[in-house]
Ligand binder design. Sequence first.
Ligand code: PLP
Length: 310
Amino acid sequence: MANPLDRIKPRVRGLKAYTLKPDRGAVKLNQNENPWGVPEAVRAETLRRMGRREWARYPDFVPAALHEKLAAFAGWRADGVVAGNGSNELIQATLMVTVGEGKRVLISEPTFALYRQVTTVLGGEVLSVPLDGALGFDVEALLEAIERDEPDVTILCSPNNPTGCRISEEELERLLTRAGGIVVIDEAYFEFSGRTVAPLLERHPNLAVFRTFSKAMALAGLRVGYLLAAPELAREVSKAVLPYNLNAFSQTAAEVAVELYDAELRPTVERVVAERERLFTELQNIGGLAPVRSCANFMVVRRRRTCASV
Ligand SMILES: *Cc1c(COP(=O)(O)O)cnc(C)c1O
């Protein structure tokens, strides 16, 4: 009898599904969410606005009000913003409009597993440059790969999940200038780094920046992310996004979170950063442990194995 699974692309059969064990510890660390939850003011205002809204009506086709607020928040233009059902949707959409057989995607590993997963499903080839010995980006090796292999897309996660390293504006600008392809920076954790590469959008039409409401913004359960890019590039990516991808509730909550960011969310981000730095210092004082500097809300700690511990 015919096996329907024979019709699945062999490269997909060869992949392991992207999953996460549903561990529930007393302190939940495995998904890097905001540990203090959504501020009461954001929750209350979202519910108030949803209470007045007609639930039988479709959400906006293009969430223009949210795009405007995100543009102001990011210092970019509203026609260069695309909001999505989580930034993962926008990563997928960007790869859908760029990747197929014969296309190459350059990444720096270890990093977020989704880039490799989606590229492979779409038929593209993944080129991987390892992080350097200090778990930072090997910019020279990335430049070499860009010149030698001419990747169609380069994706860097900065600050990087899972190492917390960040690419500087100067380093990124070197990559952007040399790259013939699109360069994607996943800024899921940018709030914790105090920096962003968004100002480079003005000069580099091959740059796309992804952000999320799942980490600093404390809305992981509502699935909202956004893309910042030149309007022409944003328009092409939008073609792979499903209509009404962002539901009315999430759209409303995201608007409220941006409006109340300075008053309600920024203080929680500052607390996380202060704790990260305190923990870094304390861990350095523990024999055998070597914490790695992080720009995110998590940290890698290296362990020197001693004879006594074997
Ligand atoms: C958490 C995370 C995201 C967020 O994805 P959403 O779909 O917006 O929840 C994106 N990129 C990286 C690297 C992450 O760690």
